[in-house]
Design a protein around this ligand. Structure first.
Ligand SMILES: Nc1ncnc2c1ncn2[C@@H]1O[C@H](COP(=O)(O)OP(=O)(O)O)[C@@H](O)[C@H]1O
Ligand SMILES: O=C(O)C1=C[C@@H](OP(=O)(O)O)[C@@H](O)[C@H](O)C1
Ligand SMILES: [Mg+2]
Length: 175
């Protein structure tokens, strides 16, 4: 049964896309960042999808992109922060874990998240009142992230390289 090697979940700005790219390179594995897959499939940026088509349309496209990525054997898969709140995605990630994928939650607090993403315009859900929105989003999502995760990596105050090394160790690919 095919399964990705790794599925990265966690809030926006925690470093999923950055860490996934580095881990995939180190493993020589295929990288599937589902936000990139959605942009290719719809031919526009995530921000434009939200503005022109709305969040509901984005979540439909996202569920399809995640479903395809979770069938990609041996891949390093990186989800958008809100993906697991869609029931089909939640079930798909659980099923991938049952087939052997490691599901790693990257965790972070508000202080580091704010520094990393600068709370700028590129994440449409955080465009208005970014700090309060991030905190509310995190309290709603945290139980789902923690339930799905086979492993949790705290990224607060750590370099990208440090986080990548811990994720590689979880995969049994230490230095
Ligand atoms: N451990 C880290 N320490 C400091 N900055 C980080 C760390 N991980 C990622 N970053 C930076 O945070 C920003 C957001 O990362 P990104 O990979 O886009 O997050 P996500 O995909 O989770 O939204 C990037 O500029 C990245 O370089
Ligand atoms: O948290 C969310 O709902 C979202 C997170 C984003 O991805 P990142 O988590 O990679 O920033 C992107 O999928 C979209 O803007 C919605
Ligand atoms: Mg990302």
């Amino acid at each position: 049964m095919s399964a990705p090697a790794l599925v990265l979940i966690g809030p926006p700005g925690v470093g999923k896309s950055t860490v996934a790219a580095a881990v995939a390179e180190r493993l020589g594995a295929d990288l599937r960042d589902t936000d990139v897959d959605i942009e290719v499939a719809l031919g526009k940026s995530i921000s434009d999808v939200f503005v022109e088509d709305g969040e509901e349309a984005f979540r439909v496209a996202e569920a399809a992109a995640v479903d395809a990525a979770l069938q990609h054997d041996g891949a390093v898969v990186c989800l958008g922060g809100g993906a697991v709140m869609t029931a089909a995605v939640d079930e798909g990630v659980s099923a991938a874990a049952a087939r052997g994928a490691r599901v790693v939650m990257l965790d972070v607090g508000i202080a580091d998240a704010a520094k990393r993403i600068g709370f700028n315009q590129s994440r449409p859900l955080l465009a208005v009142n970014p700090r309060a929105s991030w905190l509310a989003m995190m309290s709603e999502r945290r139980p789902t992230y923690e339930r799905l995760a086979t492993d949790v990596v705290d990224t607060a105050g750590r370099s990208v390289e440090d986080v990548v090394a811990e994720v590689l160790a979880i995969l049994g690919e230490g230095e």
